[in-house]
Each structure stands twice: as structure tokens, then as C-alpha cells.
Design a protein around this ligand. Sequence first.
Ligand SMILES: [Zn+2]
Length: 243
Amino acid sequence: MKHTKGNEWKLPLKQKRAPIVEPVSELNRIKIKDNGEPLIDALKLLKRSEIHPDRKDYKKKAPYKFHGREQLVDMLRTAEKALPRKHKFVLWGIYRGMDEQIKIYKEVYKHFKKKNSHWPKNILRRQTNRFVHPPDIKTPPGHSTGGAVDLSIIGPNGKPLDMTAPYDAKSDERRRVAATFSPWLSDEARQNRKILIHAMNEAGFTNYGGEWWHWSYGDSCWAWRERRKVAIYGPATLPDKKS
Ligand SMILES: [Zn+2]
């Protein structure tokens, strides 16, 4: 396999920084002045996006999974327009309540513990934090603000673009190439990620450098990536169920 250094294929990501670790101490220093934008149903407004097959049953477990802040949904519309012809987005999710965040954190922690029983707690925690925003720090998880989205792209043949080769998208090893500019990717996967980066950049999203699929706007991580002192989204308020 051919290896190239990560930065050799870096596109001009418009954000100011994109490391694979976003330091908690610095995130916690970002102030939050929530602008009060409501959560809205993205599925009602998006035209070239579908739900990932694994998430089709979301209504039972997490009915607001595809709700996002108004501006975020609007930006996703812009990103859709920046996709090549006949391409679509496939969405894993946007909003996550704190209960769901805690559950996912525990699952991933347990997963690493099982595979690496010799790891001390601090290493387990650091590794888990790379993939799930810890629910017990001051900074709210991006997904809980309604300002973060996990997504990929479906090609003209109706199949998801390969974003993880040489590793299978369903294998555990896919985590090895989670970093957006991973040096271990195949040329094809790299080209496919460029399509995603381009579309999301055009819309004004910032990417978490540790996960190619996670993009955000307005949350504390977005502010940190843009070297801003203030985030505009705190934990989101769910829409009134009666209306
Ligand atoms: Zn995410």
C-alpha cells in the first residue's frame, strides 16, 4: 500500500484549525451565547439526502434525531447544491439528547475496554473521547446543541461512496482511518472524501479532524476551530410536542 503524509492532500479547509484532538480545557473556556434558533426537522427541507439504513427505526428511540438548528439545516441545503450531479447525502444523525449521548459514550468505552483490557482508565477515556464527545464536561456535545451532523455521500449508482478503503466500512478497523486526512487511505477513498469536504466547505461547516463524517456549525467546537471566543448554540430545547 502506498502511504502519503496527511497534509500532502489537504484541501484548503476553510476553517482555521482541524487537529484530531480538540483540547477539553480550551473548549470549556468558550462562552456560549445561544441565539435561540429553534430545532427544525431537516428531513422536511432537504432534497438530496436520505437516512442511513441503520437509522431507519429512529422514530421509536430518538424521534428528534434528524432535527437541527434552523441555520444548520439551511446550510445543509447549500451543501446539497454543491454536490456533484446525481450524488446525495446519507445522514446518520443530527440532534442527540444527553441520555443518548451518555449511552453512546458508555458503549464505545466498553467496546475499547473489551478489546484492550490492559489499557488504564485514562487511556480508555482519552480514546473514547476521540470518538464521542464526553457527556460530563462543561462543553455541551455538538449533537446536543443541534449544530452538528454526521453524514456521508451516496453515488450515482445508489451506493455509498467508499470513504474508508483499504478498510471495510463495516469493520472495526475503519476507526484507523477516522481522521479526516488519514495518511492510510486508498486513493479512491481520498478522492471521495474530497467531494464531501468540498460540499461542506462551500456551505460553511467546520469539520472535526478526528472524524471525517462529523461537521458542525455554531457549537463550541465550531467556535474553537474558528478561533472564536463565543459559540452561538448551547444545548438545544426540544420543540413543543403539542404543536
Ligand atoms: Zn458526530
